[in-house]
Design a protein around this ligand. Structure first.
Ligand code: KIV
Length: 271
């Protein structure tokens, strides 16, 4: 048996079992082979090839501009680095809203061209036709409710969503609807912890929170944020596990100094 085949892979079924057993699900984003390999080997359960690549990889202000081809490129690289984790790919803005046939065609491209295991779509009742059609092709779907960054131009701001009862009630209904359609998990982004807890308890499928408190079934962060590569983004929910911006900047400054002073390369570093 090869090393590869001896690894117990995380599947959507495994995530459901984790919820039943009360084991928390750890999810992070990754966008390239090298980072995916590190994150997977460290034992992460789910890797999200997030459309946050639009911000942290491509330098766009929002997630709106990233294309399906861009997402497929990132997902292809990530999948090559992963042996164990479930790989979920964000369907980018414009590839699933308002046209379920286009949604299915986009999801099929993602699955066929990348080898990823599932797709994620933002929204509730408005995108239900697309969710249903994608699921009918046997493609696992993860939902995403609360702050849905692809709708930033409608929201106008990245503040906490569903503080008011009307929006909270809608979110509860959307979560039930998505579950009834067959999504295998739902990301809850930037909503009150109390609401996230209630939704989590009302569902059989797992919820994964980002800025949604601790009463959810798992957590997700953008890897550039939790490693401290991004500096300007400091929401209350973000815990930084490192300050890689400073580490990298320090290493680069040392390199520049060594090159300029002729310290690098030394005798042992040449042929
Ligand atoms: O694109 C992304 O990184 C996401 C997470 C923030 C959930 O959707």
């Amino acid at each position: 048996m090869s090393v590869h085949s001896s690894v117990k892979k995380v599947t959507t079924h495994v995530l459901n079992e984790m919820k039943l057993k009360g084991e928390k699900i750890a999810m992070l984003t990754a966008y390239d082979f090298s980072m995916a390999r590190i994150v997977d080997a460290a034992g992460i359960d789910v890797i999200l090839v997030g459309d946050s690549a639009s911000n942290v990889m491509a330098g766009h202000e929002t997630t709106v501009p990233i294309t399906l081809d861009n997402m497929i490129y990132h997902a292809q690289s990530v999948v090559k680095g992963v042996k164990r984790a479930l790989v979920v790919v964000d369907m980018p803005f414009g590839t699933y809203q308002g046209n379920s046939r286009k949604a299915l065609a986009s999801a099929i491209r993602i699955m066929k061209e990348t080898g990823a295991h599932a797709v994620k779509l933002e929204g509730g009742r408005q995108i239900c036709d697309s969710v249903e059609r994608i699921l009918s092709a046997g493609i696992p779907v993860m939902g995403h409710l609360g702050l849905t960054p692809q709708a930033i131009h409608k929201f106008g701001t990245y503040v906490v969503r569903a503080r008011e009862e009307e929006e909270a009630a809608q979110l509860r209904e959307d979560a039930m609807l998505l579950e009834s359609k067959g999504v295998f998990a739902i990301v809850l982004e930037k909503i009150p912890a109390q609401l996230a807890g209630e939704v989590t308890e009302s569902l059989r499928i797992p919820t994964i929170g980002i800025g949604a408190g601790g009463r959810v079934d798992g957590q997700v962060l953008v890897i550039h944020d939790m490693l401290g590569i991004t500096q300007e983004f400091s929401p209350r929910f973000l815990r930084r596990y490192h300050n890689l911006y400073q580490e990298i900047s320090g290493a680069v400054r040392n390199y520049i100094t060594d090159v300029r002073s002729l310290d690098f390369p030394n005798e042992r570093e040449q042929y």
